[in-house]
Every structure is written in structure tokens, then in C-alpha cells.
Design a protein around this ligand. Sequence first.
Ligand code: CMC
Length: 428
Amino acid sequence: MSDRKARLSIDGCTQPIELAVHSPTLGPDVIDVGDLSGHGFFTHDPGFTSTSSCESKITYIDGDKGVLLHRGYPIEQLAAQCSYLEVAYLLLNGELPNAAQGAEFSSAISRHSMVTEWLRDFYNGFRYDAHPMAMLCGVVGALSSFYHDLLDIHDAEHQQITTHRLLSKMPTLAAIAYKHSIGQPALYPRNELDYTSNFLYMMYGTPCETYEVDPVVARAMDRIFILHADHEQNASTSTVRLAGSTGANPFTCIAAGVAALWGPSHGGANEAVIHMLEEIGDIKNVDSVVARAKDKDDPFRLMGFGHRVYKNFDPRATVMKQTCDEVLEALGVSDPSLEIAKRLEEIALEDDYFIEKKLYPNVDFYSGIILRAIGIPLNMFTVIFALGRTAGWLAHWNEMIAEGSKIGRPRQLYTGPAKRDVKPLGER
Ligand code: CMC
């Protein structure tokens, strides 16, 4: 916080309105407009392009420099040196775990990996072709119906056990959704496996033969989880916070986050990228697709390009691209989509339209190619994003509850009719 003040002069007001200016640890100063309503004014910022909605100590992004820090640590270092569970611990607790803390956390998380048989029965209510994100939204919210005696959001023990439950059960819920869609029996988790290997086992194993998790695949998936773990006040995290601000239980708040993530402008973009690359089909069609993306009269956008905050490269995309090359080489997979993706990136990065608008590949541009190489079906891509983002959603929910936030209740710029009287039916 600082002693600086901003003064807002408004035509017709005799005195300027004095507003506090807060200085964050990193990033631009923030003008606190909370007092404005007392002076009879609101701010108007659809899409929150210039608005900070909360105070947070979890994640920092410098969009101009392409920097992403979790609790101060650069994402590149976390992706290279840590496991997803260590990053989850960091997001939740503020520090990286030492060996003993990491082992204790991992054991605590693994103990909650099963879901009740009643919940497994829910899946039979979904058709075989239900989108796994639709199933995930439903079953995550439904978890709250089983734990009503542990839903006091102000009780630290309840908070912790619910946090562990959600982190632990997400892979199980996601894998059951996949198994349901292909008509295979859902497997029970094997807690001797690490978090990510357990997820892969539940995805690809069957009851009739032994399934060995490929360490190359496990490491790639773990890195994808890390790269998606948190991204400060993005749309789904803000949704979790808004739902949580009402006092709603965390299971339903995370279900709200899953719903918000599904949109193609957010987490759904990884699935949309592959659809786009398949539609392009051949390198020779790349130019015409770029031309469509630039055409103001065409709503088409290059999926996996652009970001609200990054106006330089997305550091997650850089790690993702490198991981993509490593995984494809290690697995001996050759994917023509990768060639199309690389050409698309080359052309777009040299094109004035993309340069002027500062549109660079984002995290979703390369993640789909890795996921496809390791055999994840297309409709599970956004589910994978949701699994990774669960750590961030939970960290933000816990931070918000600990800080005792007000209910989130934006105002509006009303442009509807002024007051008028209802006419009798015959006169309308
Ligand atoms: N292709 C072509 N033009 C684009 C694109 C794109 N992918 N993205 C933005 N633009 C143009 C847009 O038409 C606009 O032009 P103009 O100023 O002439 O109207 C300008 O760039 C600014 O776009 P905007 O929609 O105002 O920017 P935004 O910050 O509101 O949107 C975005 C950010 C990510 C929704 C957008 O870039 C987009 O739709 N990208 C494609 C979807 C995507 O890849 N989403 C994943 C985001 S990263 C993962 C995550 O956080 O979930």
C-alpha cells in the first residue's frame, strides 16, 4: 500500500474525488475505486480489462514481458524441476515442500482418490456421447451431496479435507467420464502410483491386463498439469471466486469453474486448435486460413493465438512447444498437424496484423498436439486443463475464504427503458 492518491475531476462536481492508490509487490499501481459509489458514481469496465477484482499473493503475470510467477517462482523453473503435486502444494501453502512435506502431502492426497459407488452410478445417467466436460461439471458439483457434514467453509479442518478431496478425486472423476464414453469398466485408483501415473492408469488400463505407465508420457502429462495449474484471475478462477464469495460450498464453486473453463475462448481452445488444424489439413492451406483470421467480416479466429494479458510470448507456450518436440521424438510419433502448427506460427509471427495486435501462440496452441501424441482423445483435452487448474482454483478459493471477502456483486451501466406504466391489455 502507498500514500499516493489519485484525484478524479468530474464535470459538475465542485471537488475532485480522492482515491487511494495501492502499490503491489510487482506490476502497475492500482487505483482503489471502492469509495466511488459513496460519491454517486460507478466505474464501467466490461470484460474487466482494467480492473483488479481482488488482492492475491498466489500468481503474478507480466504480460508485456512474458513472465509468469507462482508465489515468486518462474513457471519455466517449476516445469523443469518440480512435480505437479509440488506445484499444487506451493500454490496452496505459499512455499515449495521439502522432501518430508512433499511425501506427506502426496500421501494425504492419494488417500482420497476413490469416489463413492453412489457417485460412480451417476455416470450411467449420461449417454455414451455426453461430453466429458458436461459429466465433470455435474459430478464435481454432486460431490457436495456426499460430504454435507464437512462443508463449514470457515472451519480450517473442513477446508483442508475438502481441498485434498477435490484435488485427489478430479483425476478419478475425469477417467470415469472417459471410460463411460468408450463403454469400458471404470478402474479404481491405485494409490501406490504417483498422482499423474494414477490418472494415466485409470485412463488407459483395463481390468483384463497389466498396464505399465510410460514414464515419458507421465512426465509430459505432469508438465501439462503444471503449465495449467494457475493463471491468476482468469475467467474460470474469477468464477470460482465469485461463486465462493456467496459462501457456496467449494465443490459447487469448482463445478462453476469447470463450466467457465469449457468455453472456446478459455480452456476449450485446446480442443478447438486441433479441430482447426484438422480443417486446415495441409500446409498449402495455411495462407488462406491466416487471411480469414485477418478478415474483419469473418468471425473466424486462429485458435491458440492471442491472450488478454500476454502481449508478448506466453511463457507456458514456450515450455509447451519444447515439451511437444521432446515427446514426439521420444515416442517416435510424427504428426502432420505439428508441421501445420509450426507453419501457422511462422506466418502469423511475421504478419503485420498479428504483430500490431500482439497476437502470439498461447498455452493451448501446442498442448493439443502433445495430448494427441500420448493418446488422449480430443474431447478430454479441456478436462485435462480442468485437472491441472484445480490446484489454482482451490488455492484462490482458500485465499479468498481466509481473507474474508465481500460477496461479489458488480453494478451495471443501465441502458434499458426509463420508468413507464403498464398499459391495460387492449392498449398494448
Ligand atoms: N485470431 C485473429 N484475431 C484475433 C485473435 C485470434 N486468435 N485474437 C484476437 N484477435 C483480434 C481481435 O479480432 C481484435 O481485433 P480488433 O481490435 O480489430 O477488433 C483484437 O485482436 C483484440 O482481440 P480481443 O478479442 O479484444 O482480445 P481479448 O483480450 O478480449 O481476447 C482471447 C483474448 C484469448 C479471447 C482472444 O485472443 C481469442 O479469442 N483467442 C482465440 C481463443 C484462444 O486461443 N483462447 C485461449 C486463451 S489462453 C488459455 C486460457 O487462458 O484459457
